[in-house]
Design a protein around this ligand. Structure first.
Ligand code: ATP
Ligand code: RIB
Length: 310
């Protein structure tokens, strides 16, 4: 069995549905409230385990506090089949939480209180070596300290793994860090920010130029996530667009996480990039039709059935 490792955050998501996201200074009345396991790292680990049930083993590296949320978050991952033995508890901070509002069109706004996720410090990176050993892919996001991500990316490469970085939430990244990335997977806002451009929707005609500019910053390949348009992939030899599947969006939370996990699972199964992108678009499309982060992640059987029906 192939091994995937996810290094990143675990958050308890506090989700409220609203008719309209509040403007600055505005109070709006929400409708129902739910607590749903989330965190970009944990979402990717959960999704990789659900989607790669028979083909990949998934390990999570992260930090939680000593509280009831930690137990819930680890239980959610374990139930999906993730090995959580490298998710350690710290007394320094509470478990991370995210405050999420979702409007009627499925758009969200999210505030994250990182808490214990920031206790994944760079000085402890060496302890990840044994977790990375033998892994095919190591997946990262930016809800962990940036110097930890930089050090762990290098270590993952040194252990022979391929690295996938989801540069979310958006942050400027040093060329040295980007040089340790095999596949960089920004959404439209993150791609613009990495290039010092104002945030904007990316048209299909702009996608190629944007991906080329990003690749010049150091990653081996760039995969632009383009929301309901789909995605655009570029490496030294291949360049291709893969369209999204039309669905009615209920909540896009964790669409990007589901997409990244599905991509890693398909590539770990030695499927070609075109097939991997189609699989990732399908898994993410199903996730946007459902509420919540880990609650929305489909199983492998659901994605296979969805693709067969197309
Ligand atoms: P997130 O909302 O989790 O932060 P993201 O911003 O990282 O996601 P997006 O580009 O919004 O990334 O979405 C990731 C992928 O999810 C897209 O590339 C696409 O495959 C799928 N997707 C997103 N929105 C839709 C939609 N409305 N309809 C169909 N597929 C979608
Ligand atoms: O990508 C979605 C995730 O972002 C949510 O689950 C929330 O915890 C935030 O980290």
């Amino acid at each position: 069995m192939t091994t995937l490792v996810v290094v990143g955050s675990l958050n308890m998501d506090f989700v409220v549905t609203v008719d309209q996201l509040p403007a600055p200074g505005q109070t709006v009345l929400g409708r129902n409230f739910q607590m749903i396991p989330g965190g970009k790292g944990a979402n990717q680990a959960c999704a990789a385990a659900r989607l790669g049930a028979n083909s990949v083993a998934v390990r999570m590296v992260g930090r939680v506090g000593y509280d009831v949320f930690a137990d819930h978050l680890k239980a959610s991952l374990s139930a999906a089949g993730v090995d959580v033995s490298a998710v350690h508890a710290t007394r320094a901070q509470p478990t991370g939480v995210a405050l999420i509002s979702v409007d009627t069109s499925g758009q969200n706004s999210i505030v994250v209180a990182s808490g214990a996720n920031h206790a994944l410090v760079a000085s402890e990176t060496e302890a990840m070596r044994s977790v990375f050993r033998g892994a095919r892919f190591v997946l990262f996001q930016l809800e962990s300290p940036l110097d930890t991500v930089a050090a762990a990316l290098k270590l993952a490469r040194a252990e022979g793994a391929r690295t996938i970085l989801d540069p979310a939430p958006a942050a400027p990244l040093a060329p040295e860090l980007l040089a340790s990335v095999d596949i960089l997977t920004p959404n439209e806002t993150e791609a613009s920010l990495l290039l010092g451009l104002p945030p904007a929707r990316v048209s299909m005609s702009d996608a190629a130029a944007l991906a080329h500019s990003l690749r010049q910053r150091g990653p081996r390949a760039v995969l632009l996530k383009l929301g309901d348009q789909g995605c655009y992939y570029l490496d030294g030899e291949t360049e291709l667009f893969s369209p999204a599947f039309p669905v009615v969006a209920k909540d896009t939370t964790a669409a990007g996480d589901t997409f990244n996990a599905a991509l890693a699972v398909a590539l770990a199964e030695d499927r070609g990039i075109e097939e991997a992108l189609r699989f990732a678009n399908a898994a993410a499309a199903i996730s946007v039709t459902r509420m919540g982060a880990q609650a929305s992640v489909p199983t492998r059987a659901e994605v296979d059935a969805f693709l067969t029906s197309k």
